[in-house]
Ligand binder design. Structure first.
Ligand code: RIB
Ligand code: CA
Length: 308
């Protein structure tokens, strides 16, 4: 059944790959629009990155810019995605612009005009949290918040903290206490879903859309290539693939509590027995997962070339 979705993102290499998989599946997603937020880089930069990619793909979608800093902590742009937040691909100047409303006003408008909405949250949860706080009467319209974030036992910004939660733990606390169904794709499941560098290299020269994916993933995978690893987690892709192929995964109901501060623990997701979150626990078939991912790029390639 087709789902009304809003993607909240901070492009970000892996954000773009998630958005491309969503675009490939019109039969599964009614993509109402995208909202951007401070995260990987400043909100103006990540918004510009998104508009440039949509220009490259010639896809005109509603984009609403959101908050430029976390609820309490300062903005903390990351170098993992380069100076621009999306280093690697050569992108055209944007021919699109944002809609003339704030991200949470866009979320409000979509919630008021649709039966149910799923929020696919691929960034710090500032926009999502403040939408819920500002318009609590619209919480019932949110079917689910499926997010990339958190970790069971590891970290990619602190030893036990994942970046999206670390960047705005107060926002994450609001989301996990909202009583809205939350599906969490954490670092550990993203690592199980890693994409082989050989597969990434195979994208080169396979067409206009594949060239974009190659440039994005080649840059993004440098971190792991330099550490002699043979694959890289495309973090934000996981919540989208989970929605498209739920049978590929196992799940576990749990309680997730957010550590709000601490030199070593800011943004730690404390996972225990409970009911406020559905954890995407394990992947059944990594080969099939990545095969589906490659098929999505081929769908977009075919659509792009047949529309010219
Ligand atoms: O920890 C990974 C997350 O942080 C992803 O959403 C990536 O885009 C970065 O925002
Ligand atoms: Ca992201």
């Amino acid at each position: 059944m087709i789902k009304n979705v809003i993607v909240d993102c901070d492009p970000g290499h892996d954000d773009i790959m998630a958005i491309m998989s969503i675009l490939a599946h019109r039969e599964a997603f009614n993509l109402l629009g995208l909202t951007t937020v401070n995260g990987n880089n400043l909100v103006d930069r990540v918004t510009d990155n998104l508009l440039k990619v949509l220009t490259y793909l010639d896809v005109d979608l509603k984009v609403a810019k959101g908050y430029d800093k976390p609820l309490v902590y300062d903005a903390d742009p990351q170098i993992a995605h380069g100076e621009s937040g999306l280093d690697g691909p050569v992108l055209p100047a944007s021919k699109f612009s944002v809609v003339d409303m704030h991200a949470i006003e866009f979320m409000k408008q979509m919630a008021q005009t649709h039966d149910k909405i799923t929020i696919i949250a691929l960034a710090p949860l500032t926009n999502v949290a403040l939408f819920l706080k500002t318009y609590p009467e619209l919480k019932e319209k949110i079917e689910c918040i499926t997010l990339m974030g958190g970790s069971r036992s590891s970290g990619n910004i602190l030893k036990r903290s994942e970046f999206n939660i670390y960047a705005d733990p107060h926002a994450a606390d609001i989301v996990f206490k909202s009583n809205i169904p939350v599906i969490m794709s954490d670092i550990e499941i993203c690592l199980e879903c890693s994409t082989d560098h050989e597969m990434i290299d195979g994208l080169k020269g396979k067409g206009y859309v594949h060239e974009l994916a190659y440039a994005i993933l080649e840059f993004f995978s440098q971190y792991n290539r330099k550490r002699n690893k043979d694959s890289s987690p495309v973090f934000d892709l996981v919540p989208v693939m989970q929605m498209l192929h739920p049978e590929l995964f196992t799940y576990k109901k749990c309680q997730v509590d957010i550590e709000l501060e601490g030199v070593h623990t800011r943004g730690m997701t404390v996972v225990s027995e409970g009911e406020n979150c559905l954890l995407v626990e394990h992947l059944n078939d990594r080969t099939l997962y990545n095969q589906y991912f490659m098929e999505d790029l081929s769908i977009l390639e075919e659509r792009y070339s047949s529309s010219r």
